[in-house]
Design a protein around this ligand. Sequence first.
Ligand code: SF4
Ligand code: SF4
Length: 351
Amino acid sequence: MMRAFFIDKDAVAHWIRHLARSHTVYFPQRAGQSGFRFKPVGETTEIQFDRYHPTLSPPGKKLTPAEEPLFRYRKRGDEAPELVPILDRSPRILAGVRPCDLKGIHLMDQVNREGHGDPHYLTRRTHSTLMAHDCLQPCDAACFCDAVGSLGWRENADIFLTSIDDHILIEVQTPAGETLIQGMDFPVCQEVASVKARAEAQRAKPFGRQFHADLARIPTLIANQWHAPVWEKHVEACFSCGSCNLVCPTCYCFDVHDDFDLTDINAGQRTRTWDGCMLPRFAEVAGGHNFRSNPAARQRHRVKRKFEYLTERFAEGSFCTGCGRCGRQCTTGIDIFDIVNDLIDHAEANS
Ligand code: SF4
Ligand code: SF4
């Protein structure tokens, strides 16, 4: 049975800085006036748990860098080419991960384990420890984590933290989490259930924005709306910049390119870079045909991926975690939450 501790916040902050002496620890830190970024923790880093605004880039992106070398290759004569994979085995701790982003990592685990699996993601993931932190209040007006079942998500955390007043409940959930607590003389919490009940009493109810229909009905409601006017309505102001894709914890499309070694034409390296389905040329194929040249078709594809296609493929309630990043970052305020609600309303009105 895994242990739990209930200690004051300063001691938890000290512990995280202590871990950073021997590990690369990422924790959300202030960046600019109101923003936060997951940055490496140092000796003097301010570790605070109460003020948080979702980071521009979700912590799961530490597992899939924007540009990533995949393998080096060399061909000798008639022999099969020699491929040398490039795998990142450096250990890291992602700390202060909020439930929506923890669920995002869980969803990316499903994607990257499917079929042959992605060795690059899975190698980083194997060497990553997750220390999550619960949210008892909505982080801002844009989030809708409760509506998509992300609020309180904890299953893939190695350590789960819950702030209650000036203390934090530390729940160790895995052997990897137990390793991080070794050497600390925290007193074991004997009243976990009552401490958790206190936290639950402090959780906002209702919590953030809610859809006009239950999550379980949304895939069916969206599936029947290929020609709904909602798709056109929500791209009237779209620049097709792809920001919504790039900040999303569950967007994972990429492109690859080969860089030849100019001193040895038989050798080189393959690299992948993020791509995004909202970018105009994403669906362009050989011959120049673009089977999603219209921005409304691209928006439809993005929304259906999050709420229909991937949910069916992986038997998950939603591939949108409700983090609100895409709406928050959109220059013209296009919000997937509004799109889904409009689709629900349109479906109900036409049923
Ligand atoms: S979207 Fe929900 S889970 Fe994510 S940071 Fe905001 S309140 Fe927390
Ligand atoms: S679609 Fe938007 S709200 Fe949903 S997970 Fe992606 S960025 Fe967050």
